[in-house]
Design a protein around this ligand. Structure first.
Ligand code: NI
Length: 191
């Protein structure tokens, strides 16, 4: 296992479309090692998620896990989830505003609109089917990660660029109001 370098905004790899994997490729030692590295790199960087494209491997893999996350302390817990070839379908027209950040966009956060309930169809790391419904802030995390695999960064989805701020200014001027809104999302959607 190894901690990989994370690509940052401006690196063309982040704008690529990730390639879907066949089951044979997925089960190969190379891809299994990449999955271990993806998870280790996510843990090392305190990410709530990480897509393979962010460690310079444009294949359709992403990891999500939320424990006690110092970057996003208001996020509900999510067990370690590894998604292969994930497809998301919106299940509602209801959206919420998420104040997002990204390991590939250093020291910036911004307000993004996310669908509040989605269906996730994917494989796990062994090619077993995943079919689950994800709601609320957790649905926002899933959308952020799968966006990466389409070459999309959260800054592309920021509606009002005036919401962009450094992490320090977020803490000083945005955090209190946003955490209130995040609690309301969790109350409404259960996560
Ligand atoms: Ni990201």
């Amino acid at each position: 296992m190894a901690i990989r370098k994370i690509a940052v905004i401006g690196n063309p790899v982040l704008r690529q479309q990730a390639r879907k994997l066949t089951r044979e490729e997925l089960l190969s030692p190379e891809i299994q090692r990449l999955i271990d590295d993806l998870i280790e790199t996510m843990h090392d960087a305190n990410g709530a998620g990480l897509a393979a494209i962010q460690i310079h491997e444009p294949v359709h893999l992403c990891a999500i896990e939320v424990k006690d996350n110092p970057r996003y302390p208001y996020l509900p817990k999510v067990p370690l989830t590894l998604l292969v070839n994930a497809e998301l379908t919106p299940l509602t027209e209801e959206t919420f505003v998420n104040y997002e950040g990204c390991l590939s966009v250093p020291d910036l956060r911004g307000a993004v609109e996310r669908v509040a309930e989605i269906r996730v169809i994917a494989w796990d790391r062994f090619g077993e089917p995943i079919d689950q419904i994800v709601r609320g802030l957790t649905a926002g995390t899933f959308q952020h990660e799968v966006d990466h695999l389409d070459g999309t960064l959260f800054v592309d989805r920021v509606k009002d660029p005036r919401s962009l701020c450094t992490w320090r200014e977020y803490e000083r001027h945005q955090q209190r109001a946003f955490v209130e809104r995040a609690r309301a999302v969790v109350a409404r959607w259960g996560s």
